[in-house]
Design a protein around this ligand. Structure first.
Ligand code: SF4
Ligand code: SF4
Length: 441
């Protein structure tokens, strides 16, 4: 498939006659015209690099969206296939000189093809059930994670991995070891600042983070407090909706985003920032006006990734040495969706004794991409492989990354290669260094 020459482009008033064509035309046709087919994004696209196919590139996918919207293409099945083969990593946005909002167009296209779909596979039904009925419901998610913990403790998970089909067993292998109960408890609603008070921040907890990465949220709470910030954790907050939006369920994601706007908006006066530890969540919260409308702007503009916030406010922490060799790996939703790359490195470099080692593939997608490693395991493994090669070559004792999905994917991949490096969030290293320096904090 070859894209049309630029000079043939002009807005088309009359879209194709199918419901998908009309919806694509209404939702994203104007945005699609920003793409001038230059192709500068192609080599940054993991699925294009893996397949060499134009249709598996950002330019090709935009062309499919536009072709359907204009009625030049009629069969939407290729768009559906390619939209879900896309990782949503947004490396193409970083590369694009025309400012194409590819991530939003992708979510819109996925939602449209899913809404118009007539065949519902068992896998898709399970996925939608999990994303609507389990992930955003803390009680249900806690129950599922507790069952996983029980299976891991009794060895049932290993037995199941031997009995289940290879693909399902592969999904089980991606599950991280459930942390001890003490790390899964609720965070205190209020933590005072240590020393001179600089202001107040609200901590966004997320859905998966409290269950599987409670230690990361707690590390953020402690470091912020030691840096002089009061930390509040509003009870009314909930799942950010990123996974649902990425899966083509923007309507459901909108409801979750509205709930968070309602939870944080009344607190904005007197709040310096809404601090987030998961890159996927901070990107979604920042972009919530695209889902909810202008009413979300007050909350969205106050959102900061925890590393970005500590860096821009000049964290004044006493830090003890951590003599480790650390590779930082950029989560796509931090570096490409939010443009944050230097802050995590600066903070890590501020820890005495820590050797920050570069590796060859820091900004390449790891293949986790929300639940992509479950829905597209082959391509996910293909995308992950060069990243693992680069990390193994750099030989760190610790890999630091700032998103839970990336942490699970890298930990599982490194373990699969027999590498013993720990995978942690950078805030955990800052917490350890500041705790050692100030044991009474
Ligand atoms: S989001 Fe990532 S995988 Fe998808 S088109 Fe852009 S670069 Fe390629
Ligand atoms: S770099 Fe931007 S304008 Fe160029 S082909 Fe890619 S998406 Fe289109």
């Amino acid at each position: 498939m070859t894209p049309p020459p630029v000079d043939e482009e002009r807005p088309v008033e009359c879209p194709g006659s199918t419901p998908i064509a009309r919806a694509l035309h209404d939702e994203l046709y104007t945005s699609s015209l920003d793409c001038v087919h230059c192709g500068l994004c192609l080599t940054s696209c993991p699925t294009y690099r893996a397949t060499g196919r134009e249709t598996s590139s950002p330019r090709g996918r935009i062309y499919l969206m536009r072709g359907l919207a204009e009625g030049r293409l009629e069969d939407a099945s290729l768009l559906e296939e390619e939209a879900f083969l896309c990782l949503g990593c947004r490396a193409c946005e970083t590369a694009c000189p025309s400012g194409v909002h590819y991530g939003e167009m992708l979510e819109q296209a996925r939602t449209i093809v899913r809404e118009q779909a007539t065949d519902f596979s068992a896998a898709r039904t399970i996925e939608r059930f999990a994303l609507r009925r389990i992930v955003p419901r803390p009680g249900m998610l806690r129950l599922v994670v507790s069952l996983l913990a029980l299976a891991q403790r009794t060895g049932l998970d290993r037995l199941a991995a031997r009995l289940l089909p290879e693909r399902t067993a592969g999904m089980l292998a991606l599950a991280p070891t459930v942390p001890p109960e003490v790390e899964r408890r609720c965070m205190p609603a209020f933590t005072p600042a240590v020393g001179t008070r600089r202001g107040r921040v609200a901590l966004f907890e997320g859905c998966v983070m409290p269950e599987l990465f409670g230690r990361v949220n707690d590390a953020a709470r402690l470091v912020l407090s030691r840096a002089g910030w009061e930390v509040v954790v509003p009870e009314a907050q909930g799942c950010c909706g990123a996974l649902q939006a990425h899966a083509g369920d923007r309507g459901f994601a909108r409801g979750l985003a509205e709930r968070n706007v309602d939870a944080f908006a009344p607190l904005l006066e007197g709040l310096d920032a809404i601090v987030v530890t998961s890159a996927g969540c901070s990107a979604a919260l920042r972009e919530s006006p695209g889902l909810v409308g202008d009413g979300a702007r007050g909350v969205a503009t106050r959102v900061r990734d925890v590393l970005e916030f500590l860096d821009e406010t000049g964290a004044t922490l006493e830090l003890s040495p951590i003599p480790e060799r650390v590779c930082y790996d950029d989560p796509c939703h931090l570096v490409h969706a939010q443009g944050i790359a230097a802050a995590p490195r600066r903070l890590l470099q501020s820890i005495p004794g820590l050797e920050l080692v570069a590796h060859r593939q820091p900004e390449a997608c790891c293949g986790a991409a929300g639940i992509y490693n479950l829905t597209q395991p082959e391509m996910s493994a293909q995308v992950l492989a060069p990243k693992l090669d680069a990390l193994i070559e750099a030989a760190p004792s610790i890999v630091a990354t700032a998103n839970p999905g990336c942490a699970m994917q890298l930990a599982s991949g490194l373990a699969g290669r027999g590498v013993e490096a720990r995978v942690v969030h950078p805030i955990e290293l800052l917490e350890a260094a500041s705790r050692l320096a100030a044991p009474s904090a």
